[in-house]
Design a protein around this ligand. Structure first.
Ligand SMILES: Nc1ncnc2c1ncn2[C@@H]1O[C@H](COP(=O)(O)OP(=O)(O)OP(=O)(O)O)[C@@H](O)[C@H]1O
Length: 585
């Protein structure tokens, strides 16, 4: 239960609603149980009036019968109203706590570092905020409501039963703990099997999703038969797991009815004997049947609630695991100031913690404000890692990064990120309109502003060809756009921020070299004294640079101007020759 202690502050916040809920539970239970003994009394009156010949006595009995009838009808109606308020308080409190918990988890996710998100699968992160929170909410709502209901009902009903006949009470209740245990056991098995079925179902739907997304590759490689047999295989697994769950569920009801039947049998047998012995009357037997009827649901709920609490505890532990992760990169500077754009790396090394790959080793370079530097090198050389470090999405293991001669770690992180116009390698677009995607980084952007920067990124004329122009929805992650269109929208999104430092991470790879030229000279005309870092595999981008840095295995192997590196006869000049020959041919 220790993990569930995290919920105490939430309980305290909603204590009023929860307390009202308990009051309504007490009232509703009392009103459910209270009229039962009047049913027994009414039966005794009817039995008595059948044998009585006194008309005055019969009149008196009828009056009493009417009074009992009134109680028997009115009490359950009032109990129903109380049950309504019981749900309106406890379930509403649980829904509010669920809402607050979800918001807190989401807020916490937003504070966590970039490497945290690289460590966990998206599906896993989503589960904490959906399935796990639902499990906790079920404990908070139905869990608490039924536990309170059972305890209160048990106290009231046991009082009545013991007052009527202690021996019959013992026999009537005897099978009920077995009922709770059985329900707990079955619920645990059903939960486990349901999880497996859900897992198989999501495997199947991701497989189908994947095969639809990759339909082009499947057809090109004529893999249709392979895909169909794989689908049938996965579908068979799903069917087998579902059938196993259905069998468990099918055993559930008959066994439950058997245990309840045993209780009824005990009442009939023991009650019958005690009636023959003259120890109780017919009304008492009727009362016990009715008491048992009322008790069955709480005892059933007990088993269910125990398994629910165990599930909630496991879920809360998983949620707590995430909530206890601390912000790795904290901002300690909240001043507002301008940035000139001078960048200095001094012996910077970085190793990715999850793979142990050393991406950069003792890297040192300096960039003056307004300079354009091109980073080149084989794939995996460490170029994108420089971009991540500059945005302070990750921190160096050793060495220092300076911006405007001040350590990056001492800067206001929000200013740095705001003043860097970053265009990522995979142009991620939100499922929204083109307008909202371009204006993402600034508030209340006008259409003129959006158009201006779309023109600079050479995408405006494309957008004007779409039916809804700037209001065109780009679909999930921009699926309705070509790779080059996505890249140029992503560039417009960086340009509109009017940053001091531009950071292009291989962000022109999907446009032809002519468009690339145009975009870079559009930006150049506008840049003024802005620092620009271009990570690229194309020598055409290098033309616009002051210097080129070539990396290999996280180290600088060449640095200089285009003509310096051509005469160097190294990686750059080889690449240049290759790409120029390709262009000419
Ligand atoms: N998130 C990550 N987790 C673990 N290792 C990573 C991660 N990102 C990159 N690496 C590793 O770090 C090294 C440098 O990667 P980086 O992305 O900086 O290379 P790059 O030069 O930008 O490559 P490319 O030109 O292919 O984009 C590579 O060996 C890569 O496998």
């Amino acid at each position: 239960m220790s993990a569930l202690k995290t919920l105490n502050p939430y309980f305290l916040k909603h204590k009023k609603l929860l307390l009202y809920g308990v009051v309504f539970i007490i009232l509703s239970n009392f009103l459910t149980i209270f009229p039962i003994k009047f049913i027994g009394k009414a039966i005794n009156i009817i039995a008595h009036s059948l044998t009585s010949s006194d008309s005055l006595d019969k009149k008196q009995l009828l009056k009493q019968l009417l009074l009992y009838g009134g109680i028997i009808v009115l009490a359950p109606i009032t109990s129903g109203i109380m049950k309504f308020y019981m749900r309106q308080t406890i379930i509403v409190a649980s829904r509010r706590i669920e809402f607050e918990l979800k918001n807190n988890i989401y807020k916490h996710y937003q504070t966590l570092s970039f490497s945290f998100f690289k460590k966990f699968k998206i599906g896993d992160l989503m589960n904490r905020i959906s399935e796990d929170v639902v499990n906790v909410r079920q404990y908070l709502g139905p869990g608490i409501m039924y536990s309170a209901n059972l305890s209160i009902m048990l106290i009231i009903i046991l009082g009545y039963m013991l007052a009527s006949d202690p021996i019959m009470t013992f026999y009537a209740i005897l099978p009920l703990p077995f009922l709770s245990y059985f329900i707990y056991n079955q619920s645990t098995v059903i939960n486990k099997k349901t999880k497996i079925v859900q897992g198989k179902q999501s495997e199947l739907s991701s497989f189908v999703q994947d095969s639809f997304s990759g339909i082009r590759v499947i057809k090109s490689f004529t893999k249709e038969d392979y895909i169909i047999s794989k689908y049938i295989d996965q579908s068979n697994q799903y069917r087998n797991e579902t059938l196993s769950l259905t069998t468990t569920e099918a055993i559930f009801s008959p066994l439950m009815i058997l245990i309840i039947g045993l209780s009824n049998l005990f009442i009939l047998y023991i009650g019958g004997q005690r009636y023959i012995d003259g120890k109780i009357n017919v009304g008492t037997i009727t009362d016990f049947f009715l008491y048992l009827n009322v008790l069955i649901w709480p005892f059933t709920a007990l088993g269910w609630v125990i398994s629910m609490i165990r599930r909630a505890e496991a879920s809360m532990e998983r949620i707590n695991d995430f909530l206890s992760v601390k912000e790795e990169i904290k901002n300690s500077n909240f001043n507002l100031y301008p940035i000139k754009g001078e960048i200095r790396f001094e012996n910077v090394s970085y190793t990715y913690p999850n793979t142990g790959i050393q991406a950069l080793t003792n890297l040192s370079f300096e960039i003056e404000p307004g300079e354009t530097i091109v980073f080149m090198g084989k794939t995996g050389a460490g170029k994108s890692t420089i971009a991540l470090l500059l945005e302070r999405l990750i921190e160096p293991n050793s060495g220092m990064i300076y911006i405007d001669d001040q350590p990056l770690s001492e800067h206001n992180i929000n200013i740095i990120r705001d003043k860097i116009g970053y265009v990522p390698q995979e142009s991620f677009l939100f499922s929204d309109t083109i307008y909202n995607n371009i204006s993402y980084g600034i508030e209340n952007a006008t259409l003129e502003q959006v158009e201006k920067y779309a023109k600079k990124a050479e995408i405006h004329s494309n957008i004007m060809e779409f039916k809804d122009n700037y209001q065109t929805e780009v679909g999930e992650r921009g699926v309705t756009l070509s790779g080059g269109q996505k890249q140029r929208i992503s560039i417009s999104r960086a340009l509109i921020k009017d940053p001091t430092i531009f950071l292009f991470d291989d962000s022109l790879s999907a446009v032809d070299t002519e468009t690339e030229e145009k975009i870079l000279s559009n930006i150049e005309n506008d840049i003024g004294i802005k620092t620009t870092l271009i990570i690229t595999h194309r020598v055409s981008s290098a033309k616009h640079s002051n210097r080129i840095i070539v990396l290999d295995k996280g180290k600088i192997i060449e640095m200089g101007t285009h003509s310096d590196l051509i005469s160097n006869q190294g990686f750059y000049s080889e690449l240049y020759k290759k790409q120029i020959t390709q262009k000419l041919s």
